[in-house]
Design a protein around this ligand. Structure first.
Ligand code: NAP
Ligand code: GCO
Length: 266
């Protein structure tokens, strides 16, 4: 097989969680362009419908399900339905995620748990639901959407950093435990990407100037810009395709160079 033939997803079924918009939508659209059949979920019918309309407008025949990824019974039910209605899942992207920006000492234990539940427990629940099908099928790809906060901390994101750091280790553990079944589990660590999740960090100030955090991120990124959801399409397609069959337990940071950079000299 030629190398270029390995960069296809023809005939593959891909489930991308929380993919009505944002990073998940871009990754799923990229997979569709590579030939995969796209399945996604969101928490509310309203968002699933919006997602379906967006995929349709892009010429993608996606299938959407209402499912909260923190609800194990609902996830198991959804995976069963996908297997019956679409086919056994070849590629899973654990993308659904939330953030709460609250100083740690002001955060309630409940708020901390909610973030851990969506950003760490859910990837465990969804992966656990799809792995048996992948084993029967002879292999599969799991991509966990990690973060800069899998490596770094900052004020107000204690729960998110704990969850994304944990997700990096869940990635390595799935690789360790299921690599022998031809399952590759890798992470993608996006840098700062312009999506609804980061919109509050980019809001214009009352005087029309840029948000100080916006300026801080552009200065901290060697590429000198925010990332776009589309910046993640190529890396995700690589990790979902046969081209990466011996890449396992790795986190690929797609961050315009943030993690390599000490910051601007004064
Ligand atoms: P986003 O714009 O907020 O989208 C997140 C998606 O997850 C939404 O569709 C959301 O659905 C869904 N979701 C949340 N909780 C869910 C649940 N319990 N069950 C099902 N779906 C759920 O975020 P994004 O920026 O695209 O981020 C996507 C992923 O990348 C997240 O894991 C995030 O942590 C990670 N990430 C983002 C950045 C960034 O700079 N943007 C950087 C690194 C990593 P509803 O809103 O419809 O409920
Ligand atoms: C924040 C941001 C980040 C990013 C991303 C970085 O408040 O610092 O929301 O956590 O979204 O995960 O990789």
């Amino acid at each position: 097989m030629g190398v270029s033939e390995k960069f296809t997803l023809k005939g593959k079924v891909a489930l991308v969680t929380g993919a009505s918009y944002g990073i998940g939508y871009a990754i799923a659209s990229g997979f569709a362009d590579m030939g995969a059949t796209i399945v996604f979920n969101d928490i509310k019918q309203e968002f699933v419908d919006k997602g379906l309309a967006a995929y349709k407008a892009d010429g993608i025949d996606a299938k959407g399900y209402v499912c909260d990824v923190t609800d194990e019974a609902a996830v198991n039910e959804m995976v069963k339905k996908i297997e019956a209605e679409v086919g056994v899942i070849d590629i899973l992207v654990n993308n659904a995620g939330i953030i709460k920006r609250i100083p740690m000492c002001d955060m309630t234990a409940d708020e901390f748990r909610q973030v851990i539940d969506v950003d760490l427990n859910a990837p465990f629940i969804v992966s656990k639901a799809v792995i048996p099908g992948m084993i029967k099928k002879g292999g599969g790809k799991i991509i966990n959407i990690c973060s800069m906060m899998s490596e770094l901390g900052r004020e107000t994101v204690s729960a998110y950093a704990a969850a994304k750091g944990g997700l990096k280790m869940l990635t390595r553990n799935i690789c360790s435990e299921y690599g022998k079944y031809n399952i590759q589990c890798n992470g993608i660590g996006p840098g700062y990407i312009a999506t609804p999740q980061t919109a509050p960090l980019r809001e214009k100030q009352a005087d029309g100037s840029r948000h100080p955090f916006d300026q801080f991120i552009v200065a901290k990124t060697p590429a000198e810009r925010w990332g776009t959801p589309e910046d993640l399409q190529g890396p995700a397609a690589f990790l979902a395709s046969e081209a990466s069959d011996f890449v396992n337990g790795h986190v690929l940071y797609v961050d315009g160079g943030i993690l390599a950079y000490i910051g601007k000299q004064p």
